[in-house]
Design a protein around this ligand. Structure first.
Ligand code: ADP
Length: 240
């Protein structure tokens, strides 16, 4: 299979998957609108309110999918050429995302640990991408573990010619059978989402992988459910 054909196939799959993912919430909203308008449920304020709340949840899902798709398309449109490479303090990037997720962290009473032997460590990269990477990884740890007792570690250190970044948590983890698929677009662990769970889009980790690779880096994950799930990124200090 040549590369052009493969790329075309990936695009076709993406469009097909995205359409499918959008169709589900749209069909649900359409169904409730029909109930409200055609079956006169609108005359029952309590029922109408319930339907509107459900519709709101599904519109939020559509927005999230569209937002993630826009990030992907932004990343794919220019590839590495679109990166705005500049030196920045990785510690400040961590502080940014902790601030953005502050109410989530507080609500969940999660313990957050930052491990940076050298807080002055500078990364050459696109800050927008790195913020997205960290945000998605830390948000995932919080999102998948609403039941308390969560401990999340964000770490960054230089190891010889590379910078190693990791995000680990002690939550539910990822079953071994699912690990090989975890970075695929729209992949979500079935077990986590059986209860009408609609928070995620399944695009977060594919965005993370894309962003890391655009910087010449790699990402891997190991998980021992209930014990430790650790995403580790390795990027060269000097861009190739
Ligand atoms: P989503 O938008 O669903 O979070 P992602 O691509 O970010 O999509 O993640 C894919 C799936 O991987 C998630 O739906 C979840 O089932 C699983 N996952 C990701 N991170 C974690 C984690 N830290 N702990 C447990 N499961 C995780």
């Amino acid at each position: 299979m040549n590369d052009v054909y493969q790329l075309e196939q990936v695009r076709k799959d993406f469009v097909a998957n995205a359409s499918h993912e959008l169709r589900t919430p749209l069909a649900i909203i359409h169904g409730y609108l029909e109930n409200l308008l055609d079956d006169n449920m609108i005359d029952d304020p309590e029922m109408a309110r319930r339907f509107l709340l459900i519709m709101r949840t599904h519109t939020e899902r559509i927005s999230r999918i569209v937002e993630d798709m826009l990030v992907i398309s932004r990343m794919e449109s220019g590839e590495a050429g679109a990166l705005k490479i500049e030196p920045f303090l990785f510690h400040s990037c961590i502080m940014d995302i902790l601030e953005r997720l502050e109410s989530y962290i507080r609500h969940q009473r999660a313990e957050m640990i930052v491990t940076m032997p050298d807080p002055a460590l500078v990364i050459q990269g696109d800050r927008f991408y790195w913020t997205q990477v960290l945000f998605n990884l830390v948000e995932n740890a919080l999102k998948q573990n609403p039941n308390g007792g969560l401990r999340v570690e964000i770490g960054c250190e230089q190891v010889e010619e590379n910078i190693r970044i990791w995000v680990s948590d002690n939550g539910v983890g990822i079953p071994g059978d699912d690990l090989p698929h975890i970075f695929l677009r729209f992949f979500r662990v079935e077990k986590h989402h059986s209860q009408q769970e609609i928070k995620g889009t399944g695009l977060g980790l594919s965005i993370v992988k894309r962003a890391v690779e655009a910087h010449g880096g790699t990402i891997g994950v190991v998980s021992e459910p209930g014990c430790e799930t650790r995403f580790t990124i390795t990027v060269p200090v000097e861009r190739p």
